[in-house]
Design a protein around this ligand. Sequence first.
Ligand SMILES: Cc1cc2nc3c(=O)[nH]c(=O)nc-3n(C[C@H](O)[C@H](O)[C@H](O)COP(=O)(O)OP(=O)(O)OC[C@H]3O[C@@H](n4cnc5c(N)ncnc54)[C@H](O)[C@@H]3O)c2cc1C
Length: 392
Amino acid sequence: MTGPLDILIVGGGIAGCSAAIALANRGHRIRLVEKQAVWKFQSSGIFVYANGLVSLEELGLLDGILAAGFAIPGGRNAYYDHTGKPIVETVYPTAAEGRIPAILGIKRAELHRVMAGRVADLGIPMRLGTTVTALSEVSDKTTATFSDGTTSTHDLVIAADGVNSSMRQMIGVTKKPRYTGFGVWRSVHPRPVDLRVKVMMMGPGKRFGIMPISDDKLYTFGTLAEPKGKHFPHEDWPDLMRAKFAEFKGPATPYLEELSHGSEILFTAVQEVVLPLPWHRGRVVLIGDAAHASTPFMGQGGAMAMQDALVLADAIDRNPGLEEALTAFGQARLPVCQFVQDVSRAVGDAGAREHAGQLDARDAELRLTAQTNVDQFYERLADLTDSSDLHQ
Ligand SMILES: Cc1cc2nc3c(=O)[nH]c(=O)nc-3n(C[C@H](O)[C@H](O)[C@H](O)COP(=O)(O)OP(=O)(O)OC[C@H]3O[C@@H](n4cnc5c(N)ncnc54)[C@H](O)[C@@H]3O)c2cc1C
């Protein structure tokens, strides 16, 4: 498209910050509004695999992220059973001929600090404590009314307001997020210096992982089936997390024992968003979790949000009009995001169906197939990502 666009981004999470940076770097005029009055990211860790680190490099953030997180030497992932018996080790693929690490753990708040810091450095106006309450299309522009009663008019509005997006509803997409049946319990702990590998423990219908996120911290994550709508009082979280994963021993034991009222613990009931195209209506486009939230079993939601931002920026550059650009964006991204959603859902569902009598067979199968599964997933993901690359 010719000339810079006036773009409003709603939501300053991974997708919103990435879009702000990618589009400002191409000369567009960006404004960002974020519902939270003060940046507050629930404390826990996040994985970023090589494909996400490639996007961070393209956004100019890789060095800051590598400094703030912990890249696993050799991309090693060690599987154990829930008693602490080793099963098998796998290795995740690096990128850029080994220059970009295979997997990095980082505190969610640190990832945000680096991203929001760059948004601020680029001089992008960012209004916290603000949401959009109404949208109206006027000829070739969209006017947004904000929660403080002010309005502004834009060529494009990017809805990056996460899994429970209110923008999605505002543009008439009635499909609601689906509760997946899974809960995830996460906690942050001091990291012993010799823990330099991602640990994945396979319990009966449950998983418990341990991942370094900095030189001195790690996080644990436990997944299991949880009934819909279940509320757990905050003060019970340490005891509940310890009890729900009590069968996990070996590497898990010190962290489960360490849980206390002073621990950083987070429970999340996992939802997914499966939307057919188009992901836009008029001049408003959904990106990130607002368009395609996934279960977390492949650790790819953040990477998908960053790639959305970069592909959207390319689509705007390369198409003569906004409708063509937004259509091209959705068509490029749907196959990649759907693949991640489908594999992630299948991994989660297979784990939840397990019962105690199947564990030996599962471990034997894992020894035979774990590395092939990793390789096949990343090869297919790379193929799909390459074919969605609008540079080509
Ligand atoms: C348990 C769990 C574990 C995960 N682990 C990983 C992992 O290891 N690796 C990974 O890559 N991904 C992981 N994910 C997925 C990842 O967190 C998401 O895919 C990613 O955060 C999506 O980014 P987003 O910007 O679209 O949404 P979000 O990060 O949710 O950001 C949305 C932003 O919009 C703001 N907002 C909301 N509503 C409004 C509004 N009306 N107006 C203005 N602002 C608004 C919010 O405050 C927030 O700042 C995990 C997800 C879950 C649930």
